[in-house]
Ligand binder design. Structure first.
Ligand code: MSP
Length: 657
């Protein structure tokens, strides 16, 4: 029977370009969607972009464009990236879509009418990065631990959502439905949060402070808080409050997020849904989602991925070098769903060579080459069955069951490990049965038929099982094996066995995954980098500095992003007498580190608190082991050097033109 399955990703902020983290979540959602299609379920998969709020307004201002222009630009990048990674979302939502604005206002009005939204005055510590007020408990050394930034104290009148009213009911629901939030560690985290009294949630911002948001329908002086706006996207995309999609898919809703946004999804959202149900006088379970699936974080070089550290991994660059499918396979196999993982290109190459080139690629070509050599490429009718054939067939059935069990629980890495156990078993079976010896044996014909038949069936099963993760490879395998297209609902046939009918004509196998020569990859990457930079005549550094071009165009100048930044901290770089490491507030979510050659002209205490002008889009460079994310401008007169500073205090991040 076809069961509905609705999967969503977070809608991504448009203040940054898509990176590995966004790609991972969206690939997981795609694998889940494809897996359910393969299982014959009725699937809807939604992703999109989150476009209102302080962060976006600030990012647009830094770029000197309107928030809408800015949002259009970055939202477009996300929208266009997904097909390149073979993502098959059914819908792409933007929080600036007119229907979404209508739905948010309708829900606000309903909850307000029911008395669960009220006006009050509030003073608190507001973190711009999180776009919310933080409780004292959440601060570490007076800073937001997520953004390593001191919050700003803000006091103002605002509207509040009676979140506390639903605390007990939510706790009860989670306890009664242990897989409401999974894996378990995140459920426990949420229960720990709920063991303390919940405060009501501030859900508005006065327009005097922020205009880039959805106006409250009951007070036009305010816009709604981004989270109240953003979470509702999951309903808008289905056509709430009516229609077939809403009726079919909302009861089967599952969300997918990383641990960073656990609280909004595990506490704000279900309590909002409970309030909506209460306003409509319906049971809460009519509105509560089925599962919240939470994954861990990708770190790079043991650190959080961030623009300011210059360690952002761009998915398309990797896909271009290694192929989209190996990239999808790597992230799905490498990360244990729920735990953090470390990304490195070396690991990707290792997995490619061992799992894809060796295990899968070799078994595929080995079996098909034998089939062509001994049986003209035709799948033979099986000869009599022996215990080792039965054992291998049973293993395929067992793997198909385990695969479903693990995938249903979002343990995709385990499902893949299980499929790969078939490759090991297949290779052992080849070695044990020695088809090459059977081919020489005048009595070996029926046994060889059985062995080749069993191996072909195994490969056909593997093709179907890897389809959610590597659809093109799966289709290629299926084509070569004469299995035809892999279609929705095909999963059931794997457990039943016999995907290939006797006499099916196969084709010569292509090399699915040619081994990667690591040295070649490095050379290719270096070449690509060279190509990306305009060819320059070779000059010494001194010559180059002495001879800037006589003229540059305004467009060339516009490529340089100059910004005002305030020095937060300064310390000399050890073992040099020229370099100073500066930590700068450049109006960004996190401070930037810039290494400047000013140590012979300024002491650290002279610099702290000073405003400087930086080149903000300079490629990060390592200087004496410190990664410098920009350059400080200074006037140089012979031996004298003084840093350039705005003539009046300016907001950190202000553009210099
Ligand atoms: N706009 C909010 C979400 C609103 S949903 C109603 C938001 N956007 S975000 O752009 O910051 O995206 C956060 C999500 O991106 C994470 O929950 C995760 O899905 C993905 N990731 C971003 N960085 C990541 C890693 N380093 N590792 C894994 N995934 C991460 O929060």
């Amino acid at each position: 029977m076809s069961r509905p399955f609705y999967i969503t990703t977070p809608i991504y902020y448009v203040n940054a370009e898509p990176h590995l983290g966004h790609a991972y979540t969206t690939i997981v959602a795609d694998v889940a969607a494809r897996y359910h299609r393969l299982a014959g379920d009725q699937v809807r998969f939604q992703t999109g972009t989150d476009e209102h709020g302080d962060k976006i307004a600030q990012a647009a201002e830094t770029r000197g464009v309107t928030p809408q222009q800015y949002a259009d630009d970055i939202s477009g990048m996300f929208r266009h990236l997904w097909p390149e990674l073979h993502i098959t979302n059914d819908y792409f939502i933007r929080t600036t879509d007119p229907d979404h604005i209508e739905v948010v206002q309708a829900i606000l009005q309903k909850v307000f009418n029911a008395g669960d939204i009220y006006k009050d005055s509030y003073g608190g510590n507001y973190c711009v990065g999180c776009e919310r007020f933080l409780t004292d408990k959440e601060l570490v050394d007076g800073k937001c631990p997520e953004h390593d930034q001191e919050p700003v104290f803000i006091e103002e009148e605002n509207y509040f959502f009676r979140m506390s009213k639903y605390q007990a009911a939510l706790k009860e629901h989670i306890e009664a439905n242990p897989d409401f939030i999974r894996p378990e560690r995140y459920k426990n985290e949420v229960l720990a949060m709920l063991s303390e009294p919940l405060e009501d949630l501030c859900i508005s911002r006065p327009k005097s402070r922020l205009t880039w948001g959805i106006t409250l329908p009951f007070d036009h002086e305010f816009v709604t808080y981004v989270w109240f706006d953003a979470l509702i996207n999951y309903l808008t995309g289905l056509g709430w409050p009516s229609g077939d999609n809403f009726a079919t898919f909302w009861p089967a809703a599952q969300h997918l997020i990383a641990k960073d946004i656990l609280k909004p999804h595990a506490i704000f959202w279900p309590t909002m849904l409970m309030a909506l149900a209460a306003a409509e006088e319906r049971p809460a379970t009519d509105y509560l989602y089925q599962h919240l699936n939470v994954h861990g974080y990708w770190n790079v070089d043991q650190a959080k991925m961030s623009k300011s550290l210059g360690n952002v991994v761009r998915p398309l660059e990797l896909a271009e070098i290694y192929g989209v499918e190996p990239f999808r396979y790597f992230v799905m196999r490498e990360m244990s769903f729920g735990l953090d993982s470390s990304f490195s290109e070396e690991l990707l190459v290792e997995r490619y060579n061992s799992d894809l080139a060796n295990d899968l690629g070799n078994l595929f070509s080995r079996v098909l080459n034998m089939l062509h050599k001994y049986r003209e490429g035709k799948v033979p009718a099986p000869g009599p069955e022996q215990p080792e054939d039965t054992a291998l067939n049973r293993l395929v059935e067992a793997v198909a069951r385990e695969y479903q069990r693990e995938n249903n629980q979002f343990a995709f890495h385990k499902a893949l490990a299980s499929v790969w156990s078939l490759m090991g078993a297949g290779n052992k079976y080849v070695v044990a049965n020695e088809p090459w010896a059977l081919a020489k044996d005048p009595e070996g014909g029926p046994r060889l038929d059985r062995v080749l038949h069993t191996l072909c069936q195994l490969l056909a099963s593997v093709a179907v099982l890897i389809w959610p993760v590597m659809p093109l490879t799966a289709e290629k395998m299926a084509g070569v094996l004469g299995l035809g297209r892999i279609s929705d609902g095909m999963l059931a046939s794997v457990a039943e066995g016999g995907l290939l009918a006797p006499d099916t004509q196969t084709h010569q196998p292509p090399a699915l995954f040619p081994r990667i020569d690591t040295a070649k990859v490095k050379a290719k990457a270096a070449k690509a980098e060279q190509k990306a930079q305009p060819a320059k005549p070779k000059k010494t550094k001194k010559q180059a500095a002495a001879e800037p071009p006589a003229e540059i165009s305004i467009d060339e100048f516009a490529k340089v992003r100059l910004k005002v930044a305030t020095v937060l901290a300064a310390e000399p770089v050890p073992k040099t007498d020229k370099l100073m490491k500066l930590s700068l507030d450049a109006g960004e979510a996190e401070p930037r580190t810039v290494v400047a050659g000013v140590a012979q002209h300024y002491g650290p205490e002279e610099l702290v608190g000073k405003q400087v002008v930086i080149v903000a889009n300079l490629k990060p460079a390592k200087l004496r082991g410190v990664t410098s994310q920009g350059m400080v401008l200074a006037a140089v007169d012979g031996d004298q050097l003084c840093v350039v500073t705005p003539s009046k205090p300016s907001k950190p991040g202000s553009q210099v033109r």
